[in-house]
Write a protein that binds this ligand. Sequence first.
Ligand code: SF4
Ligand code: SF4
Length: 279
Amino acid sequence: MADKNYDAWLQWNVTNRCNLECEYCFSVPPKPNNDIPPIRISELIQTLNKSGKIFRIGFTGGEPFLIPNFVEAVQAISEKHFISINTNLTLPSVKLFAEKINPARVIFVHASFHYLQLNSKKLIENYLQNFLLLKNSGFNIYAEEVAYPPHLGRLKKDAEYLKKLGINLRFGAYYGFYDGKRYPEAYTAEEIADFNLPESEIEKFKQKGNLCNAGFNVGVVYSKGQIKPCFQYHQNLGNVYEEISFNSKLIRCEAEYCGCPMNLYDLFLYRKALSSFPD
Ligand code: SF4
Ligand code: SF4
């Protein structure tokens, strides 16, 4: 991280629309994708600069590449700040991204691989070409597939297939209910070993009682720009198009389960936050 020294992270659900329809997705409504508003770039940059901080802006969704001026927005943000992206990597504007964006300003590209959806929409080739383009252009990119319980029998084949193309596929734990059982706790020991899901991956959703920097130097952003500490704490911390106002203290988490533990997903900032509160 030495060369990526930022002060704060905003994880932005920049749209909840997507061009795929994965059955395990919890964020995508069945609406058309042709009326997605653009990012208001100059207001956003003004707000970030006014805060005096260097940011990591994490784009997620839905599918961020559906935003009509996404590459232009990333270009403007990354002049001074850093970005990260969660994407299904299928849309044509990935090529423009590879051409216009400096990989040194991109912390990572999390390229989620959704085999069944990609196959049914004939998008596997798009994913692979885009992955290799970004990899060969120097971006820090990795492929991950959700270890969704009814798909477990097939996942190893996906990994073998991608490996032949020079892509290492890793598996992420499914968070939610399936067949009356709650995951990730319901994975068997054999499944945990097969899909290389370390204990930390299973335990990470249990945060009750832990300190968290949500709202202190990290926050989540909803599609219209409203900022909150995290998806379970709904305090108003401003808007990316107006003003950002972080808290001066850390939270002791009271949530029974947390699907997106901000204290673990950016350890660099969590440690920075802890160092502001020495024992
Ligand atoms: S690609 Fe991601 S955002 Fe899109 S439907 Fe699948 S899980 Fe949801
Ligand atoms: S719910 Fe998650 S992100 Fe929110 S305070 Fe608790 S651990 Fe942090």
